[in-house]
Design a protein around this ligand. Structure first.
Ligand code: PMP
Length: 397
């Protein structure tokens, strides 16, 4: 028997649920997934790099040899051999940590949510870069902080500007390598300065580093967590070096904090899929990433150069842009009077898409900025798309 609802249900949402907003990027992606659109909007890694065969073999091996463990509930902190692998690999990069400090998460996006849950009260001051990763702003927003935007320039976050704003702040969220959205890298000198300043101010520093391994040339700069493991919370991810669909990330923190994060994770989802963790460990345990990552770097480096060359050829001289040394994004600054949201409407009408910069600002958006991603578009389409964009911009100057 079907129950009649004489009055339509009036949902009363929790105040925190009123804060929830769909990411602007996810909204644009719905439009830009149409194949005729040349989309520089996505933040997606290139599927050409996904190790499908290796994953297939590993799934088979794990299920055949350890199926009963892989398909069972697992520990909240994660699969120990994988946490050991992460601790060893970070230690090889100068970060002296033990596996107990590693908490596996369902994508590093979950680590952002857990950090918000454990560190942010309503009204807490949370320091973020200008601009910052939209997904972090979204994750933290649920806990209703007061975002404070910290100055940045072409070398990343400006440590000197912290002193004025850090008083009483709960944390600083920083993206030192090939930042999303700007593609900028925090210089070595600034890394030291930032770590020292945060230590002096007693300010927890979150180092979000999903792109760190993707430098086009040369070794990545030292991680800030290596400079002060007691004051820096490090976040890593397998999304950009293996595949994002497996949703596997991790957070490394001093023990008292990591135990709190573990409790928060237990309440959220008990644990991250044991099967996935075991498969990833099977794939990477014998040095696979040392062979695989150089291929991703070289593909992304070539695509980035292709876009930079096309921009130099087709963009008017009053437009400026970043020259990333790794990662997936270029950040464009248009003349002040051009609104990137309005430009997007015209671009979509001309079958090109990008992400306007405004949503990446926690405060005071600069409306003349935009983000371009080059990794999932072929060189030929990069050239065509940039030429179209260049013409649309030139018509507004
Ligand atoms: N941090 C940054 C800076 C990102 O760009 C992303 C993904 N776009 C994430 C965290 C989350 O990645 P994941 O959950 O796939 O590990």
């Amino acid at each position: 028997m079907k129950i009649e609802n004489p009055n339509p249900m009036q949902w009363r949402f929790a105040e925190r649920a009123e804060q929830l907003q769909s990411s602007f990027i996810r909204e644009i992606l719905k439009i830009t997934q149409q194949p005729e659109i040349i989309s520089f909007a996505g933040g997606l890694p290139s599927p050409a790099t996904f190790p499908i065969d290796e994953m297939k073999l590993a799934f088979d091996k794990v299920l055949s040899n350890s199926g009963k463990v892989a398909l069972q509930y697992g520990p909240t902190d994660g699969y120990l051999p994988l946490r050991q692998w992460i601790a060893d690999s970070l230690s090889a990069n100068g970060v002296k940590i033990v596996p107990e400090q590693v908490l596996m998460t369902s994508g590093s996006q979950q680590a952002l949510d857990l950090l918000g849950k454990v560190l942010i009260d309503e009204g807490s001051r949370v320091l973020v870069e200008t601009p910052s990763y939209l997904g972090a702003l979204q994750a933290f927003s649920v806990y209703r902080p007061e975002f404070v935007s910290v100055d940045t320039d072409e070398n990343g976050l400006v440590p000197e500007s912290l002193d004025q704003v850090a008083q009483g702040a709960r944390l600083l969220y920083a993206l030192p390598n090939f930042q999303n959205p700007t593609g900028r890298t925090l210089s070595l000198e600034r890394r030291h300065q930032l770590v020292e300043t945060c230590a002096r101010l007693g300010l927890p520093l979150i180092e979000d580093d999903p792109y760190g391994a993707l430098s086009y040339k040369g070794a990545p700069l030292p991680k800030m967590v290596a400079m002060n493991p007691d004051g820096v919370i490090y976040m890593g991810s397998f999304s950009k070096v293996l595949t994002p669909g497996i949703r596997l990330g991790y957070v490394v923190a001093p023990l008292p904090l990591v135990r709190r994060l573990e409790l928060a994770k237990q309440a959220a989802d008990l644990h991250t899929s044991q099967l996935t963790q075991m498969v990833v460990h099977e794939v990477i345990k014998d040095g696979f990433l040392d062979r695989h990552i150089p291929q991703i770097r070289s593909l992304y480096g070539d695509q980035c150069q292709c876009m930079l060359d096309a921009m130099a050829q087709h963009f008017p001289s009053s437009v400026t842009w970043t020259k990333p040394e790794g990662g997936m994004f270029i950040w464009v600054t248009l003349p002040k009077h051009i609104n990137a949201m309005a430009l997007l409407d015209e671009a979509i009408a001309n079958k090109v898409a990008f992400v306007p910069g405004s949503p990446f600002y926690a405060n005071a958006p600069e409306t003349n900025t935009l983000r371009l991603s080059f990794v999932t578009v072929s060189p030929e389409r990069i050239r065509t798309g940039i030429e179209i964009l260049g013409k649309l911009i030139a018509a507004k100057i």
